[in-house]
Every structure is written in C-alpha cells, then in structure tokens.
Design a protein around this ligand. Sequence first.
Ligand SMILES: *Cc1c(COP(=O)(O)O)cnc(C)c1O
Length: 965
Amino acid sequence: MSKVPFSLAQLEQTEDFVRRHIGPSESEMAEMLEFVGAQSLDDLMKQTVPAGIRLPEALSIGESVTEAQALAELKTMAAKNQINRSFIGMGYSDTITPNVILRNVLENPGWYTAYTPYQPEIAQGRLQALLNFQQATIDLTGMELASASLLDEATAAAEAMGLAKRVSKNKKSNAFFVAEDVHPQTLDVVQTRAEMFGFEVIVGKDIDAATHDVFGALLQYPGTTGEVKDLTSVIAALHDNKAIVAVAADIMSLVLLKSPGDMGADVVLGSAQRFGVPMGYGGPHAAFFATRDAYKRSLPGRIIGVSKDTRGRPALRMALQTREQHIRREKANSNICTAQVLLANMASFYAVYHGPEGLKTIATRINRFADIAATALTRHGYALKHSTWFDTITVLVDDKAAMIEAAQKAGMNLRADLDNAVGISFDETTTRADVMALIDLLCGADHGFSIDMLDAEVTTQGSHSIPADLLRNDSILSHPVFNSYHSETEMLRYIKSLEDKDLALNHSMISLGSCTMKLNATAEMIPVTWPEFGKLHPFAPVEQAQGYKEMMDELSDWLINITGYDALSMQPNSGAQGEYAGLIAIKQYHESRGEGHRDVCLIPSSAHGTNPASAQMVSLKVVVVNCDKNGNVDLADLRKKAEEVGDRLSCAMITYPSTHGVYEETIKEMCDIVHEFGGQVYMDGANMNAQVGVTSPGLIGGDVSHLNLHKTFCIPHGGGGPGMGPIGVKKHLEPFLPNHQVIDTGNTTKGNGAVSAAPWGSASILPISYMYIKMMGSAGLKKATEVAMLNANYVANKLDGHFEVLYRGRNNRVAHECIIDLRPLKESSGVTEMDVAKRLNDYGFHAPTMSFPVAGTLMIEPTESEAKAELDRFIEAMICIREEMAKVESGEWDATDNPLHNAPHTLDDICDSNWDRSYDRQTAAYPVAAVARNKFWPSVNRIDDVYGDRNLICSCPSIESYIEE
Ligand SMILES: *Cc1c(COP(=O)(O)O)cnc(C)c1O
C-alpha cells in the first residue's frame, strides 16, 4: 500500500487556468508583496483602492472551470447554431479562408497578439500586409489613396458622409443623399450619424440625386438587390452641384466591373469580408476606404505610408498621424482608434495568394452561377427585378413567406426583407449542388434543368448580366506581390517572412499603458474558428442562432455583474464606437426629458483622444477640465466648469482609474457634481483591468461605460484590431441602447438607430471573452485584478530611484500601470523618450505607451499575465538604459554617436564592414546577456517620419526602389 498525499479534489486542479493566466507563482507573489511592502494581495488592495468604492461582495460568475470543460460547454452551445446555406447577401458572403492563411495568420499568435504598429521598426511585417491591403483597395476601386481599414461597411459609409461634409464646396447644404438601393443596415448607421451631426438624409432613386441640394451622396454598386449599372452620369450631375460622391462597392464584383473611380467617384468604400474572412455572425471584418489624393488630410482612420530609415532603405510606418484623435482631439477626422488590422491582413493575403487571375476565376465562377440560376428561373416563368447582376438576383414571388419557409426547411436562407421578392446571392463557396437545390426549390422537382445544360446555354448565348461597357478593361493587382506567391510553399514562406519582422506577445512582454496587453490564451482563441460560429450570416433568422444567443446572454449577464450596470449592448465594434453609442444614449435620454438643450461635455485634460473625438460626433461642445499637479482631476475646476455651463451640461467623460494610473479618492464626488448639475457620467472603461472584482463603474457612480473587450477581456489586439466595445448602462439609459434595422436586438426603444452594420457587432470574437470569464470564475477574475496591481507596483518600485515615477495615489501606490518621467533626463542628457523607446527594441522589448497621457513620459502596464522573470528582464533593461543615459549625461558617450541615439540596431548595422561607431557591436545589439539568448532583430533602422509625411506614398513601391539601395 502506498500513501495518498492529495485528495482527488486537489489533484483535479480546477483552478489550473487561473494559475496559467496569472504570471507570477504564489511564492513569487509573496516575494513581490514583501518587496512592495504589503502583507497580502488583500492588504495591497486596502492600501490602494479607496475604501468607499470597494465592492461589498464577490462577483457572481461562479467557480473557475478547466480549459477542457469550458471548451466542451461552449461547443455544446455552438452546436445550437444552425448553419444553413446562405444566399442572403446584403454585404455578407460566405468565403473560403485559404488554410494557409487560416492557420498561419488567423490562428497564429505571431499575427494576432501584435499591437498597433506605432513602433514601426518592429512592425514591418504587418505594415507590409496593410500596405498590400491599401494597394489592393486602390487597384480595385480605381482611386488614388486608401486607408488601412475601417470597422465595417456601414460605419465607413458614415465616415464618407463626414469626409464629404469636410471637403464639399457646397457649404450651404446640410443634406446628404442616400440612394434607395443602399444596404438597409448602411442606411441605418448613416441615418444615426446624420441625426447626431444635425444633417438631413434624403433617400431616393440615384437618377434623381442631383435634383436635391446636397453636400454629398452615397450610392451602392452593385445595388443591394443586385443591379449593376453605370453611375457615371449620376456622379457627374452630383459633381455639377458641388456634391461629393461616395460609392459603397462589393469588393469581389470590382474584380470584374469597371471601377467606381473610373466613373468619377470621390470616395469608394465597402467590406473586404468576402476576401477570405468568415461571416462570423457579423464580424469582425475590415472595411476598405479609398479617396482622391486631394482629400488625404480628411481621410478617417489609419494610413500606412512608405518612408525611409537612417540607412536610406524604404521602410513603412503610419502616415499623417496628426489627423488622428490622439493629437487633434475634438477636431480629428474621426474617433476611430482600434480598427480591423488582422482582418485587413487576411484579406490582403487572400489577394496575394489568389492573385489577379485567381480572383478573376473566383469572381467569374460566382457570376456564372448567378447566370445559370437566372436562366433556369426565368425560363421557368419567374420575373427578375433587374436584368443585370454580378452575384445577386432578386426574384419576384407571389408568396414570399412560403418561399422563405420552404427554403429554410431545405437548409437554405434567402434574403427575406424585400416586398414580394426574395434575394439570392452567390459566393465563392457556392457549388453546383447548391444551385440545383435552389432551382429545385423554386421550380419544383420536375423542372428538367441540369447544370451542364444551363451552363451550355449561358456559354453559347453569352452572358448579359454585366453590361459590356461595365466590364473592367484596366489591369488590377499587377504589382509583383500579387503575382509571386501562388503555391502554398511560397505563400507559407511569405507569411512567415513578414511575421518574423514583427514583435508580438509570443516574443516578449508589451507593457503598453492603457492598452492591457495580457495573455490571449489559446483555449480562448480556439472557438473563434469553429464553423458553428464562423459560418453564420448576421441576418440569418435569430432562431438559427440560438447558440450565439445563449453565449451572448450569458456573457452579457457576467459583464453586467462585473460593471454593476443594468443592461448591455454588444453592438459597438471598438471602444471609440462604444463611446459614441454611450453618448447617443445620453443625448436621447436628455431629449426624452425635454432637456435636449444640454450640449456640453466636460472632459479632463488627461483624457484619451477618442473621448473628445466621440463627443464631437454627437455635436457636443467639449469643455476641458484641468488636472492638478498630482495628475488628479481638479475638483474645484470641475465644479466651476459645471456651474458655468449650468443646464447646458450633458455629461462628463471620466476614465477610472485615471489615465495617470491612479485611483482618485474623489471619484464619487466627481460623479456627484456632474449629477448635481443634471449631467450624466460617461465612465471610460478602458481601465477595467483595475476594477474587475474589486470595484465597478456602476458602484462608483457611472451611468454608462464601454468595455474594451480587447483589453481587459482577452480579445487579442490583432496588430491594431479587431476589438469589441460593448456598453453597459444604468436602467434609465437602457431604452436608448442601439437597435438595428434588419434584426431587432431587443428591449430598446423602437427607432433607435444602429451604430454598427451588424446587430451584435463583431459577434464571432465574443467567445474569447466568454472563455476567459468562464475559466477564471469570480475569484480568478478578482485575483487577476489584484496581481495586475501587484505587478505594476512591483515595476514602479523597482524603477523608482532610477526614474521618477509620476503620480501615485494613496499610500504611494499606483493602480495597474505607472508613468515614468523622462523629461528631466531629456533636459540633462538630450536623450529623448523616442531614443529610450527604440533602445528598448535592442533589448528585445516593445516600448511602453509613449507620451500619453503626458508628453515626454512612458506609461507601463505589465498586466497580471507577466511572470516575475519577465518583469525582472524588463526592469533590468530599463535600468541598463538609465545607466546608458547617464553616460551621455556625463559626456562619457558622445551626444549623438551613442547606442541610444542610433537605436534600434539592425543586423545590417552589425554586419556592416564599415562599423565606425564609438561603441562596439556587442553594446549595440547584445547589451545584456539575456538578449543574446532570444534576440529580436528590428528589420529596419529608425524611420524618418517627417520625410514620409512630406513624400506621402501609400501604395506598394516598385521593386526597383528596393533594388536601388
Ligand atoms: C483604448 C482606449 C480607448 C479607445 O478604445 P478603442 O477600442 O481603441 O477605440 C478609449 N479610452 C481609453 C482610456 C483607452 O485606453
């Protein structure tokens, strides 16, 4: 008989996931607690979090669950989604994600855990993929300039309206025209946005557009019911009236069709979803957006541009960043921060893999299936709404309801929202059997058609579905990048070569303050690519999406519990979109009480740029509230400003803990002051990682908050997106949550507009947050918050003495992040925060958040997921860099010929036989021993931002320009 030291319960290790998610071990935590001077995690909380806002009771999420169990339960739920063959169309098409892209991009942490490429020297891979996306957009749309993704087609259309207003020469008009054959969800989102801006929307036939006095117009190509027509004369007539014309286009159709640019469009936008990105019940997908070079400064979102590095080589970076909300605040072109980088990359790889010929084959096959179906249906006696189409035919039927129902019984979804007609849309996945099943359905079993017979007929008679003068005759995707990687081996290596240029979380910690780059556990990611979640059309009947509903209801309940709110909307696709949706709710609430005159939003000077940019989108006037020398909101100034605006006060936007990483003691008073003057409190939830299980915005006094599920709740950053920004609200705001034109999202006031194209935003990444919360349980979530704070205080105290730690709260504690001040050192040594950021690359690290919220500082947020060893490595790097700065300070090192000024160092530097620096190569590239064991080589040297903005190039440079070097 042998001894049994553990009980079965102990051996089962049900909290195993919590232990894996949290970086430091129990003994390391004890060591770290001792170092920071706390008895326990609870003691640290008592020292740090104001007593008045600590949650009185535990969360009610339940116990933590193992990875296997959580996956099994979610699988059971997912199986309740019924996957019908979708012919719905309306901007969403089924697609085949090439497996080489599925596994090596979508399922690869090298791609999905990267951050937005603000440090371009260690992000050339995804910058290249995004440049390819821009090139593909430029080619297909026939425009001069494109951006690197927006959130979805509908919001891109709303952004086009905003651009039109900014650049139109028709300054008097306040009206925007929308063609009646624009997708209904696009119209919905545009209408919401127009209402907030105070624009009038005129909906009508495109041929009548120019009879209205408008500053801009939106057309759809092909139309939502499938028609393909020349828009040239409509656009010209609108131009005669000085209107700006935007065209929402289907990306696959553009492979065959004359481009909207060729027809004179000023803006072309749309969804890149059908280039290999699953429908995912609505998203995430990348929208594309292209315009004229003349409007480049008005373009919303991020643009990738070509510049050069210090060795004179072409190098990529984000261009014209001064247009964005980080700098321009309420004067920014848009509030978009997180976009759809991962999905834009997938779409660009899809174009690279198939190339122009492959895409033509795919597009032509789709069009052929539509021709074949149309031939059978018309011969059988059906009338079609249009005589032209690319992939969509609209069939007039007597009994629509019966037809839709019969189709559903046969496992097919048709478009159901048209009067006396059904829409049928074909896609890349359509098979011969699908088309025959459809013909069987519409024509009865004994129709006598066969695919080959119908195809022969189309072949001999020729296709008339695309008018001859609307066929493309210019070449597309002629750049070598779209013509070189068509075998899987070549493609695999191309993807890998780009991945290797990027530093992501699978290499080292990314301590970006405010961005919460924590573990994105593999078990959380696995369900994302289950077909049960991926293959659902967002407008499929809700009865077919019971698995999604169950998952979203449960997740919603958990988030309500965590935030202390009463209701939640999953619709917003990013934090900034959540801000916009939340401010709309506030505005409508005031209006419902006859207080529509409330139009001022108070925002502390330390706020994130999206706050003022979002306030501007709902026509609120921004009044800035000062911060005191400790970085806290100046309570006296808040009261003074609130008094001054009086009954014009709509709301205040407050981040908690503050963007300075401090639990302000006066937060409740701040909320009280705002309420006292009749305002609402918008609490920016980006810092929820310091609240979960410990306090909550609802408890503190917020009325509405967005949650960045891509920060606190483990959705990876994807290199700059996707994200999800659901909003939680108190009861009184619930009636004002977004609804949706096509799918009723529930218990909100009818007529509330939509803020996203899809009713539940990017639904297919919600399983990530679901899995996280499920596996952590109530206690695990709270512990994550506590350890996030332990890690931050550990880093702050270790760096203290070497650097000045700005802003601390009670008992000298920071919250979940800390700011170190480099300004005094810049003064004494000439070494800038940029030098430090780039030098960190030489040590194998991504820089912390630079110059936000305070210029000249770094904000470090380690998160709970980083182990002590990694924190120590980072701390060692920072201290070594401080010593290097001292050498410059003392004159031991030259002011410019030093490793800080020349950072980051590349292999080209080290291998250069003309090494002529005053320091040696080892100091340059292997400054500490730990680096040599796992060296990350930046692929380019420091990039010249000014040169890139002066010589803006946003398309792929010719190969010659690379050979020249
Ligand atoms: C990240 C962040 C936002 C914006 O969120 P996105 O998802 O990028 O739009 C807003 N406020 C704060 C404080 C943030 O850190």
